[in-house]
Design a protein around this ligand. Structure first.
Ligand SMILES: Nc1ncnc2c1ncn2[C@@H]1O[C@H](COP(=O)(O)OP(=O)(O)OP(=O)(O)O)[C@@H](O)[C@H]1O
Length: 224
């Protein structure tokens, strides 16, 4: 297991004044006595960053740290100057994390989940919600409890929320998993649009290439 360290701005990060930025400084984290990150630093600018690495290299762990779902032993993570450790609620409103596993909302239907989540994010976009419900074919499933829906349909629900939340930073963990061909096409075209707009930070952890036509602003590769 490699321990990740260093201070590498994401290649392609432009650092323009006024653009959204996620900054990680001197991040350290261990699972028990097993270090994963030791003084790791990076700066993520607007656009899409592809987070790569083999199984077990720490991609999901890094996204959880950036989301605030795991607590670092040391270091600082900040979005637009809002520091995760000292302003956790303000920070969380700026970061949407879409992980691969089940979440705590599976008693809700997609419609109830969207109604709940739209109250948390000031930039929530209702027009985008209608667009993604259609694009992912979610309409027949809107009123069924999430726990009764297929893995792919649940993931389409989380992805719809991620694409509508309007947060400065969006973290997607293996977003291509479990999607059918039509949904993959819809996700890829949505990511391509956001990546080319370059207005917000998108960090996407995935083993496989995202597909042609998606502008990649930077790569981070974690060693296994
Ligand atoms: N809660 C935990 N406690 C202890 N070790 C953990 C825990 N979660 C993950 N790990 C270990 O940390 C390492 C990194 O895991 P992580 O899930 O971040 O990797 P990954 O790059 O996302 O892998 P994959 O590509 O397989 O999804 C792995 O060796 C894993 O076994």
């Amino acid at each position: 297991m490699a321990v990740h360290a260093g201070a590498d701005p994401v290649p392609g990060f432009r650092g323009d004044p006024g653009m959204t930025e996620l900054q990680v400084r001197d991040l350290s984290f261990s699972y028990g006595d097993r270090p994963m990150f030791d003084g790791w630093s990076a700066a993520f600018g607007s656009g899409l960053t592809w987070l790569r690495g083999g199984n077990g290299s720490g991609k999901s762990t890094l996204l959880k740290l950036l989301a605030g779902a795991l607590r670092p032993a040391a270091g600082q993570v900040a979005v637009e100057g809002v520091v995760q450790e000292t302003q956790p609620m303000d920070y969380r409103r700026r970061v949407f994390w879409c992980g691969p596993g089940p979440v705590a909302f599976d008693h809700l239907s997609p419609q109830e989940y969207f109604a709940f989540i739209r109250g948390l994010y000031a930039g929530w976009d209702d027009a985008a919600m209608a667009h993604h419900i259609a694009g992912f074919g979610l309409a027949p499933h809107l009123h069924s409890p999430l726990r009764t829906l297929s893995t792919g349909t649940q993931r389409k629900t989380w992805l719809t929320a991620a694409l509508c939340a309007g947060t400065p930073v969006t973290l997607l963990d293996e977003p291509l998993n479990a999607l059918d061909a039509a949904s993959l096409m819809h996700l890829r075209s949505s990511l391509a649009r956001h990546a080319s707009e370059g207005l917000r930070v998108w960090i996407v952890a995935t083993h496989e290439a995202l597909g042609e036509g998606i502008a990649i602003a930077g790569h981070i590769e974690l060693a296994a």
